[in-house]
Unconditional design. Structure first.
Length: 191
């Protein structure tokens, strides 16, 4: 079984925000697999689906971003899913808007949600997909920016990145990490 975790914040006020890129990608994966996240438990919303002959557990932690590891640790322990089969998807300020990066491991790069997951699972060898949201322009404080929503042409670029993030996650399940890295990594949005 694989566990695909989208990081974000629960609650209506956070829906469709930049910081909820992980939640939004998981919603797209559920739709692509013909399912939904209809269960609650382990401090998460989750659903059990299948893709490419593999059982999938799609997870949206409900702990708020900075405590995501608590939910991920609980659900992966219960289902006995190891770190190499746990894929984490999240927003990244340091990637240009619309860019995508898959990695098989490494540091959290300052992302507090991923930091929490790595601390609880006691390893940096966690596959992850970073969705680029870019940095705020001008004097906008970072917390206001990440908890804000895109509009206009930026929304279209973000939507395309979410779709590619979902495709990359499903590629990881079907084709493995090397193929996914070679076919989906981009430092610029796709045209």
């Amino acid at each position: 079984m694989y566990c695909i975790v989208g990081l974000g914040n629960p609650g209506n006020e956070y829906q469709q925000t930049r910081h909820n890129a992980g939640f939004l990608v998981v919603d797209r994966i559920a739709a692509a697999c013909g399912g939904q996240l209809s269960r609650t438990g382990f401090r998460s919303r989750y659903g059990k689906l299948a893709h490419a002959g593999q059982d999938l557990l799609l997870v949206q932690p409900q702990t708020y971003m900075n405590l995501s590891g608590e939910a991920v640790g609980a659900i992966t322990a219960y289902y006995k899913i190891g770190p190499s089969h746990t894929l984490v998807i999240y927003d990244d300020l340091d990637l240009p808007l619309g860019a995508l990066r898959f990695r098989s491991g490494g540091s959290a790069g300052g992302h507090r949600g991923l930091t929490s997951v790595l601390q609880v699972l006691k390893t940096q060898a966690i596959p992850r997909i970073r969705i680029g949201i870019g940095r705020p322009a001008g004097e906008i404080p970072v917390p206001d920016y990440v908890l804000g929503k895109f509009n206009g042409p930026d929304q279209a670029v973000f939507d395309e990145a979410l779709a590619r993030g979902a495709a990359a996650a499903l590629s990881f399940i079907a084709n493995g990490p090397e193929y996914t890295m070679n076919h989906f990594n981009s430092s610029q949005p796709q045209k």
